[in-house]
Design a protein around this ligand. Structure first.
Ligand SMILES: N[C@@H](CCC(=O)N[C@@H](CS)C(=O)NCC(=O)O)C(=O)O
Length: 217
């Protein structure tokens, strides 16, 4: 694959099961043509020089539009929603939009925090013998945050009271990571119900099939 020059716009660079899943779902929801470029983090694709020319941070998602290279899941999601206001994927009120950012910011900070403690203890210490302690602590911290997510999802059908939005696919991918951490995700009953609602959506089903991943314990 020629990483630098996509054939069509927009093109989403993604790795199956990662945060790029959220903009992938949103692109499906919009129902307009787009291209996907699949990368493997495991195989080192995100650290290759060619990819780092697109995103020096070496992370997915990246969205290439005709004029821009966008990085950061929250920015990409916001761009997609704002450029398709008819989709209703972002509430039109200042407070509604702020609530969306509140969620997105919170969730994406988790990646470098409690989630990384579990999946990447080497980012926090060079002492291999400390890895298990960091992971164990990280697990407790994840559970605390997951309880808060569950609590917030008790209030409405979707993350925002206005309805389904760009936030919900991000919430879904964190649910999957909970299952990968072998947490019993059914303990988070409101979140588990949210996941079931998400799984009914054709855009989600299509993204899961394309990425060849499943969600659930
Ligand atoms: N803050 C970024 C985080 C993106 C991120 O951490 N992506 C991970 C996958 S979930 C990644 O691409 N990792 C590749 C690597 O570290 O080589 C965002 O919200 O988009």
């Amino acid at each position: 694959m020629n990483i630098i020059k996509p054939k069509k716009y927009p093109t989403l660079y993604y790795c199956p099961g990662h945060l790029s899943f959220a903009p992938h779902v949103v692109l499906n929801e919009l129902g307009k043509p787009f291209e996907l470029a699949r990368l493997s983090i495991k195989a080192g694709d995100t650290q290759r020089e060619s990819f780092r020319k697109l995103n020096p941070k070496g992370k997915v998602p990246v969205l290439i539009t005709e004029n821009e290279i966008l990085t950061e899941s929250s920015a990409i999601l916001l761009y997609l929603a704002l450029s398709h206001p008819e989709s209703g994927l972002l509430p039109p009120t200042p407070v509604g939009a702020a609530r969306a950012i509140e969620w997105l910011n919170w969730l994406s900070c988790m990646l470098t925090g409690v989630i990384a403690l579990n999946f990447h203890p080497s980012r926090f210490t060079d002492e291999v013998e400390s890895f298990n302690g960091i992971k164990a602590r990280g697990r407790l911290e994840v559970i605390k945050v997951f309880e808060q997510i569950n609590h917030r999802l008790a209030e409405n059908q979707w993350a925002l009271k206005e309805g389904y939005s760009i936030v919900d696919p991000v919430v879904l991918i964190y649910f999957r990571w909970g299952t990968l951490l072998e947490l019993d995700m059914n303990q988070f009953s409101h979140w588990a119900a949210h996941t079931q609602r998400m799984l009914q959506r054709p855009a989600v089903q299509k993204a899961l099939a394309t990425e060849e991943i499943v969600i659930g314990n």
